[in-house]
Design a binder for this molecule. Structure first.
Ligand code: ZN
Length: 261
């Protein structure tokens, strides 16, 4: 049973969605915790076992011992291949199918929006994606599963089979620039949006968190669905402190009801 508060708040969001012409959904780690992917920043996460200082781009490039440790973590499945999209990912895919979604801008690298069925060209990945690794020298791309298999068979620091160059997962590491094209496109879509729904982000990681800020500055309405506080809570038209899955599912239920009208 959905509690009455959630039901009425979800109803407000459903109205905003139906009024919207350009909806941008912004997602962070909180949308994927219900798929079993741990929030890297939360206690009990991987940083209890690994030192985040070893995970900078600088160390990856220049320190082979740090690079070995990083590959150890990547090999263990920083992204679990078996993780499945949850109700929140499915709800966003439903918005796409109803032609109500301009794009998803995500901080996540887990590929779950695409796995749920949102097409690649509607998913803007600010921090990259664990599906691929690339050679830093010749740019050849490898499916990450292939590299993972090589790690499993004992390679500690996999190299490019083509040129022997350094391989790196296609994710943005600490201290690494965000992909400029994706960031610019996300900013452009944010400025053009009339509604921005934040799902599962605490909006503290920059520059990613600028995207909802750009949307609001350009006059878009803001909805925040997150378990904890965010610095933009005061600017939200609707603020829902609840889990992403049940909340998005309830919003979609009401959108569909209202569409049938
Ligand atoms: Zn190469």
């Amino acid at each position: 049973m959905i509690d009455r508060d959630l039901e009425s708040l979800a109803g407000k969001v459903a109205d905003l969605i139906l009024d919207s012409k350009r909806l941008l959904v912004f997602t962070g780690a909180g949308i994927s915790t219900e798929s079993g992917i741990s929030d890297f920043r939360s206690p009990g996460g991987i940083w209890d076992r690994f030192d985040p200082d070893d995970f900078t781009i600088n160390k990856f490039i220049n320190d082979s011992e740090a690079r070995r440790k990083q590959w150890q973590l990547f090999g263990e499945g920083l992204l679990s291949e078996s993780a499945e999209p949850n109700a929140a990912h499915i709800a966003i895919k439903d918005l796409h199918e109803m032609d109500k979604l301009d794009c998803v801008v995500t901080q996540n690298i887990d590929n779950l929006h695409q796995k749920a069925g949102v097409p690649d060209d509607k998913v803007l990945e600010l921090h990259g994606n664990m599906r691929w690794a690339s050679c830093l020298k010749c740019r050849r791309r490898y499916p990450f599963g292939e590299i993972q298999a090589r790690l499993k068979f004992g390679e500690e620091i996999p190299e490019c089979l083509n040129c022997g160059g350094m391989l790196k997962p296609d994710i943005v590491m600490f201290g690494e620039q965000l992909p400029v094209g994706v960031l610019e496109e996300s900013a452009r879509r944010a400025v053009a949006s009339d509604l921005c729904i934040v799902v599962g982000s605490t909006l503290v990681v920059y520059p990613a968190a600028l995207i909802p800020a750009y949307a609001v500055q350009s006059g878009a309405k803001l909805v925040i669905i997150n378990l904890s506080d965010t610095p933009m809570d005061n600017e939200a038209e609707v603020l829902i402190n609840a889990r992403a899955g049940e909340t998005m599912a309830e919003i979609l239920r009401q959108v569909k009801l209202k569409v049938k009208g």
